[in-house]
Design a binder for this molecule. Sequence first.
Ligand code: TPP
Ligand code: MG
Length: 803
Amino acid sequence: MVEGHSRSFTSVVEVDLELLDEIQRRVLWLAVRMVDSANHDRDAGDGVKVGGHQASSASLVTAMTALWFAHLEAQDRVAVKPHASPVLHAINYLLGDLDRSYLTRLRARGGLQSYPSRTKDPDRVDFSTGSVGLGAAAPLFAAVTRRYVDAHFGPRDQARFIALIGDAELDEGNIWEAIADPATQGLGNVMWIVDFNRQSLDRVVPGIRIAQWTAQFAAAGWHVVEVKYGRRLHQAFQRPGGEALRSWLDAMPNEQYQSMFTLSPADLRSRFLDGAPADLVAHLADTPDDELVSLVTDLGGHDLAAMLEAYAECDKVTDRPSVVFAYTVKGWGLPSAGNPRNHSALLSTEQVADLRTATGLTPDDEWDRVDPASPAGVLTAVRREALRRDPSRPGLDVTVPQSTGIRPSKPVSTQEAFGRVLVDLSRDPAVSPYLVTTAPDVATSTNLAGFINRTGVFAPEERRAWNEDPMLRWAEGPTGQHIELGISEMNLFLLLGQLGLSWDLSGQPLVPVGTVYDPFVLRGLDAFLHATYSGARFIVAGTPSGVTLAPEGGAHQSTITASAGLELPGVTLMEPAYAGALDWLLCDAVTRVASGPAPTTTAGPAEPGAFYFRLTTRPLDQTPFDAARARLGDAVLRRQVLAGGYQLLDAFTTHPELAGQPDGTGRAPEVRIAASGAVLPEALAAAVELADEGIAAHVIDITSADRLYAAWQRTLRQGVRTATTPSTPGALRAAFGTGRAPVVTVHDASSHAMAWIGSALGVPQVPLGVDEFGQSGSVADLYELHDLLPGSIVNAALAALSI
Ligand SMILES: Cc1ncc(C[n+]2csc(CCOP(=O)(O)OP(=O)(O)O)c2C)c(N)n1
Ligand SMILES: [Mg+2]
């Protein structure tokens, strides 16, 4: 089959293996029947196949039964590969953590999710999985988080962070990015268990890859264990002539080995011995066909003792993470075992009936838990107690200031203001201990240096600084509050996601803040999604963004990130232009992250998830914001900034002559220019030009298109659901007023991101934005290329007035 070192089974396992075997048969049955029921007992009537993965589930039954019924402790956290979710639910059910009614509601609305979900499943799920590769890496970053939490807040009860992953998940690059990063080194409480069934979705994984993979793990500093053969094969190897059997098996390619599973016992013999040396053929001549089948398919991943021994061996290695390659059979114990087409194959009703009978069940008791009075029932009760956990507190009891009072007198960029506000918050003794920043090698270029100078860089042990840099004190040690990552945006979002779940997975809420070059948010987008789908709470600054990063050219200019931030569920996109607005928004986001999901703060009900600040390095004159502050007052302005937008410039205040007579005669035509972020100066300049042409142009600063859109959607949905006329949401009315003037939107991002505002207000709109790749140049060059200069905004306003 495949080369590599296999293990011996001499150590004593203090568990009753027969009991465990009885339980694993029940787990297999429940997992298979759950999928069967979802497909055959329910009819949604929509013609869409329900699906499910019986074979992928079966291959992890042994590993998972061994874990939950003989290895895990209450504090341990486990990620389960997406397609084994029925196994997890079956185990949770047997342990009393899931009501029986859910067993027939796999993949049904409000029922069990097809893939483990922290936020949507009713039972205990430590990590959401689904997009392969991410579930594997999540516990690794949860362990990074635990190491940080222990260093800063004192050690908690020890926990192991475990991932059960499919072998084809190792094709995902994020796996290798995760294990290569120095931040994940040395974590002895991490164990990955690879379900090494040598099959992916489409095929038998070609060739022999185990040697390459084990070498890659070892090179990254991991402890590698292979659980290759089961007890019967090991015994056979010990007998005279056994070495030939072992060499033959070790050398056999995956494809040949896998092809045996679908054959009759007699055919299997000839396939197995096809080309074999004469002494091996003779050696096996006396072994009956049936016995030969069970012998050559006896893999270690289905040997409970071998798996438990491997787990124990990993526990002994405390200075680095461990990976266990468990050789398994996809479809173990099922008629579809090893079949290359078994990934989504479902057992027939007859095959399910046979499995039911073989498990010792009838249709009357098929969904029952094990008899509590039986030895298996007693073991189950013991394990239920052993795994009981107290609920964690989701939020911090701290008062975060509403503002740091930043009032720059000179032009300043939002990126610089972000750095200054963070430094200020790090001086606040109530908030500071919980702030933790991270960046993928862009900490200094995204203005985190000030924070790092104050708090230091996190390292498990004190490290000597070899370079004394007067600008950046890169002091590394256990008290540092910045976690530096290599250039992997996947790792950034994976870490932010786990820092943002620290309240649950490490019993300590944190306020995580990440920074990333905005164009490369897309590089980590799937991990961003995974984090927010998992319910993580954090702040991320994408900076610099847009074509305003003019000299850097098209490869560094982000255009679709605003849309991504706006559309991602669980993420609130914010794009302020002025330092004062950024200060309020950032303090508010810190408050919301700190408070946890419960609505306990003065900031009102907490929004779910993450807060994404899209920032720039373009210094902006702050006087227009100061004028709006003077006009509206701090309280009103703050409320509107937080709600998503405010009127930055009222044309009738700056140009009273345009307002005409008190009776309305002589009033100038009106237009509203709504801009977000770096382009506000152009919007203001266009308003001046329009005033010269006798047009009253009001300027609205959109601080969060996302919040305005969400407010609009809420009123729309309410109208749709109750068949009533939707009202204009308060936040939009506050920013835009009640007039009917047309709108021009201006955004250093795809024009599409704010193209809905006209609809929301029921008025004509011309959306300006960046819909092509940019190139190098000055800001003015790029704004000219993409029609963002005042002249283009003026023309857009005239066009809007003529629609
Ligand atoms: C990122 C991503 N790409 C593709 C898929 C679709 N997919 C689901 S399982 C699978 C194959 C997984 O094979 P393996 O990890 O070996 O799991 P097995 O079913 O063999 O246990 C694929 C391609 C996915 N879920 N996520
Ligand atoms: Mg596989």
